[in-house]
Design a protein around this ligand. Structure first.
Ligand code: GLN
Length: 193
């Protein structure tokens, strides 16, 4: 909750919970201790500005970012949804450790804010199309052997899955389709069972 499209994700999670009948409790994380208190079953890394997230998340008043990276690495089954800037942080944590999603990603690869766009996407994870909203989006430049391409825009990769971690270069919380949020809740439910 330090920066970016946070509240829209909360609304999307609530809508997905309602649609799927899975009861949820949302915890807002701002500092490392919030993560310890919350003991979450899943995590959303929102879109926004990855440089700002790195700065605020590493600030001594927060230290949330290293705590999140630790939490994700502690247990590879923990479900994580990273969107746009969140996907950048998962693929390129810049903390000296392994990427959390094995893929290389290039920031602002489509150009400036005015080059933001919407397009229908194909998703093998959902088995159908999904409305993609791209805002100063990054672009996957390479997908690692341990990752799976699960969303495409024509021939381009826009969604990569690494186990229960999903990195999307678009903003699923900004469409009225909550299927990726439902995937996160379903995965969390299966892991917790
Ligand atoms: N351009 C942003 C970055 O580099 C990402 C944009 C977004 O999250 N919508 O972090």
């Amino acid at each position: 909750m330090l920066q970016g499209a946070r509240h829209v994700h909360m609304a999307a999670l609530n809508a997905a919970a309602k649609d799927s009948g899975i009861e949820i409790e949302i915890h807002e994380l701002r500092k490392a201790a919030d993560l310890d208190d919350a003991q979450p079953h899943a995590l959303v890394f929102p879109g926004g500005e990855s440089t700002t997230m790195r700065l605020t998340g590493n600030d001594s008043a927060s230290e949330l970012l290293p705590a999140i990276f630790r939490w994700i690495r502690e247990d590879s089954t923990r479900p994580v949804l990273g969107t746009c800037a969140g996907a950048i942080l998962l693929c390129d944590p810049q903390d000296g450790g392994e990427p959390l999603v094995a893929a290389e990603i290039d920031r602002n690869a489509y150009g400036r804010q005015v080059d933001s766009f919407q397009s229908a996407l194909d998703s093998t994870l959902l088995g159908r199309q999904f409305p993609g909203v791209f805002i100063r989006a990054p672009r996957f430049t390479k997908v690692g052997d341990t990752s799976e391409v699960v969303v495409t825009l024509e021939n381009e990769v826009v969604g990569v899955r690494h186990g229960n971690r999903l990195a999307l270069t678009f903003h699923p919380e900004l469409s009225q389709d909550y299927a990726f949020h439902e995937w996160l809740l379903q995965t969390a439910k299966e892991v917790a069972a």
